[in-house]
Design a protein around this ligand. Structure first.
Ligand SMILES: [Zn+2]
Length: 297
C-alpha cells in the first residue's frame, strides 16, 4: 500500500523519494521532496488517481530542502504538515533556512531547490517524540532520531518506518552511506538513533534516498561501521594537519573505492554523489570533531 514516488529531481531517477500512503479519506505523504520537483510529485500522485487536494497529511522527517522544500505547497493546498518542534519555526519563517542553504549552494539555490515561502501557521503542527497522529484510520508515530540533524524524526506506520536520512543513503542495491553535512552531525547521537531504529518493531525501512528495504539488521550494522570509519578517517586527517579542502578529493576517492568494492559501477558512484555529496560529509565531520571533541584534535 505504500507507494514510492520518484521526484526525478534535476532529471535524476532514484535519488529523492516521496512516499504516498493511501487511507480511507485520501492520501498521506511522507516527505514533500524539493520545491523544484513539486510538479513531478503532483504528476506522480495523479497517476495514482489523486488530486493535490486529496493530500490530507504531510509527515516530514526533517527540514532539509530535499525532504521538506515543497511542504509549503502542500500546506497551501490544504494538507496538515507535521514536523519536529525544532524544525517547525524554520518552516513558518524560512529566512534562516534560505540563508544557510545559500551559504552552501550560492546562486545555484533556485535551480536546485526552487522557491521557499512561509508555511501557513494553521497548517503547521510541531509533534513531540511518540506523539501519535491519526490519518484516515492509520496511525503515524514520530521518533526523535538526531545525529544527522537535531530536528530529525523517523515516522512509523504499521510495520514500516520512514527513516529520512538517519538510516543512510542507499541506491541501486549498494551499501547504506551516512550523509554527514554540516551543521548538526553528532556521532554519539546518531549511534543512539541507530539503536533506536533497531529496537522499533517496524521491519521495512523506507529511505528517502531511495526506496524500501527489508534487511534491516545487516543494513544498520553496515551503516554504523561506516559511520565510525568515516569519523575516524576525518579525525586522522585533522591530526595530520590537513585542511578540509585538502581532504575533499581524498575522501571522494575513498568513497568511490568503497562503492566499487561493493560491486557498483561508475554510473552508480555518480548517483551516490548526487544524493550525498562526499565533500559535504567532510565539512560536516570536521565540524563535529571541532565542536564536540576539540580535546581529540
Ligand atoms: Zn538531511
Amino acid at each position: 500500500m505504500i507507494q514510492v514516488l520518484d521526484t526525478r529531481w534535476l532529471g535524476k531517477e532514484g535519488v529523492i523519494a516521496v512516499f504516498a500512503v493511501p487511507h480511507r479519506e485520501g492520501v498521506a505523504l511522507v516527505e514533500s521532496g524539493p520545491e523544484s520537483a513539486f510538479p513531478q510529485v503532483v504528476r506522480a500522485l495523479s497517476e495514482l488517481g489523486y488530486e493535490l487536494s486529496d493530500v490530507t497529511h504531510l509527515f516530514l522527517t526533517h527540514i532539509h530542502l530535499d525532504h521538506a522544500g515543497a511542504a509549503w505547497r502542500f500546506a497551501e493546498a490544504g494538507a496538515r504538515v507535521y514536523v519536529h518542534p525544532r524544525g517547525a519555526p524554520h518552516l513558518a519563517n524560512p529566512e534562516k533556512l534560505i540563508k544557510s542553504a545559500e551559504r552552501i549552494y550560492g546562486d545555484r539555490m533556485k535551480e536546485l531547490w526552487g522557491e521557499l515561502r512561509p508555511l501557513p501557521q494553521d497548517r503547521l503542527f510541531a509533534v513531540e517524540d511518540g506523539e501519535r497522529v491519526e490519518a484516515g484510520g492509520l496511525v503515524f508515530t514520530p521518533y526523535a532520531t538526531p545525529g544527522h540533524a537535531v530536528h530529525h524524526h523517523v515516522w512509523t506506520v504499521g510495520e514500516s518506518v520512514f527513516t529520512g536520512d538517519v538510516a543512510g543513503v542507499r541506491l541501486l542495491g549498494g551499501p547504506a552511506l551516512p550523509p554527514c553535512p554540516p551543521p548538526d552531525i553528532q556521532l554519539e547521537d546518531w549511534r543512539a538513533s541507530i539503536a533506536r531504529l533497531r529496537a522499533l518493531p517496524a521491519d521495512t525501512l523506507y529511505l528517502t534516498h531511495f526506496g524500501g528495504y527489508r534487511d534491516k539488521e545487516a543494513m544498520l550494522e553496515g551503516l554504523e561501521a561506516r559511520l565510525s570509519d568515516w569519523g575516524d578517517w576525518v579525525l586522522r586527517r585533522l591530526k595530520e594537519g590537513k585542511t578540509p579542502e585538502e581532504m575533499v578529493p581524498l575522501f571522494e576517492e575513498k568513497v568511490k573505492e568503497e562503492l566499487l568494492a561493493a560491486g557498483l559501477d561508475e554510473a552508480a558512484v555518480a548517483r551516490y554523489e548526487a544524493a550525498n555529496p562526499s565533500a559535504y560529509s567532510v565539512y560536516g565531520l570536521v565540524r563535529y570533531w571541532q565542536k564536540h571533541h576539540p580535546e581529540a584534535l
